[in-house]
Design a binder for this molecule. Structure first.
Ligand SMILES: Nc1nc2c(ncn2[C@@H]2O[C@H](COP(=O)(O)OP(=O)(O)OP(=O)(O)O)[C@@H](O)[C@H]2O)c(=O)[nH]1
Ligand SMILES: [Mg+2]
Length: 296
């Protein structure tokens, strides 16, 4: 190990769709966290690890921060708040291509008490037509949090990311190697399967359906060359089941083959995936169930 090895936990905070999961995947050079154009894709505090000879950064992706009155949403908000408290450093992601508003203001207020350990990351510089300093959201956020250093990046095409990573590494405290060098994430095989299937549901369904889905791995056989998994996609209502299954099973077939393809890449193994769709009526409103879902 080098003389002064630095390490720490970096929380990614920001409103839904600001690009937190995309940034984590780009930095880790690996698909660690699922991504979609729809807000509220991430539900759990997923970890992605970057290890270099003189530092290790553990990034913690969080659900997009917003206030809404449902038990699931309250849980998502709590995940973000806890991660913020626990991190050595906070990266506050702001989408430059969207205007400032109430939702952004809520994140500004959330981050303010942690300003000593925060960096503002203005994202999506590839998606604006003016200079980043001229964007409405840049001025509104910067004037409210003038003491926090900031960077401009594109999580999508990687612009500014290496500089940001080195800056983070220079700020982190001296510390141990928290994870073995080859680690990219702390997620279990069944969790990755569930998240990948959920991502494919997000890509192929609309309106309230993606947010009404959770996935559970029922049975799993893992060998060095092969993974065989049985998983169930649960929906909130009977009508959603038809949408996820599709005409003659066309949608569920597409979800299955897209998920299988991604999982084959992730695990570098042959993957067999068997999916079923079931109704778990009103699961999002079932406090006991949602609590259990978030308690590991
Ligand atoms: N053009 C552009 N699009 C981006 C960039 N970063 C992310 N996106 C897109 O923004 C959308 C949301 O990205 P995510 O990474 O899922 O956002 P998130 O902050 O994790 O969202 P939640 O998990 O819902 O809170 C996706 O369609 C991404 O492809 C970027 O730098 N440029
Ligand atoms: Mg996300």
């Amino acid at each position: 190990m080098a003389d002064s090895f630095k390490s720490g936990f970096v929380s990614l905070i920001g409103r839904p769709s600001s690009g937190k999961s995309t940034l984590m995947n780009t930095i880790c050079g690996f698909k660690v966290s699922i991504v979609s154009p729809l807000p509220q894709t991430t539900r759990f505090a997923v970890r992605g690890v970057v290890t270099e000879p003189n530092y290790q950064i553990v990034f913690i992706d969080t659900p997009g921060y917003h206030k809404m009155e449902s038990h699931l949403n309250r849980e998502l908000t709590t995940v973000a708040e806890q991660t913020l408290r626990d991190g050595d450093l906070v990266l506050y992601l702001v989408d430059l291509s969207r205007d400032f508003g109430e939702e952004e203001e809520a994140v500004v207020n959330l981050v303010r008490p942690y300003k000593e350990k925060a960096i503002i990351v203005f994202n999506k510089i590839d998606n604006i037509t003016t200079k980043p300093q001229e964007c409405n959201v840049f001025n509104e956020v910067h004037s409210r949090l003038p003491d926090i250093p900031y960077v401009f990046i594109s999580a999508e095409n990687g612009n500014g990311i290496k500089e940001m990573e080195e800056r983070i590494a220079s700020i982190l405290p001296e510390g141990p190697l928290y994870y073995p060098e080859e680690y990219v994430t702390d997620q279990s095989i069944p969790f990755r399967i569930e998240e990948t299937v959920r991502e494919k549901v997000f890509e192929r369904t609309k309106e309230e359906v993606p947010h009404s889905v959770y996935v559970k791995t029922d049975n799993l056989h893992v060998t060095a060359s092969k993974i065989k998994a049985y998983a169930t996609i649960y929906v909130d209502r009977e009508s959603q089941k038809g949408i996820v299954v599709g005409k003659n099973g066309s949608v569920i077939k597409e979800i299955g083959s897209a998920a299988r393809e991604s999982l084959t890449e992730i695990f570098e193994r042959n993957v067999q995936l068997f999916l079923t769709v079931k109704v778990h009526a009103n699961w999002k409103k079932d406090k006991k169930f949602v609590d259990k879902m978030f308690s590991d």
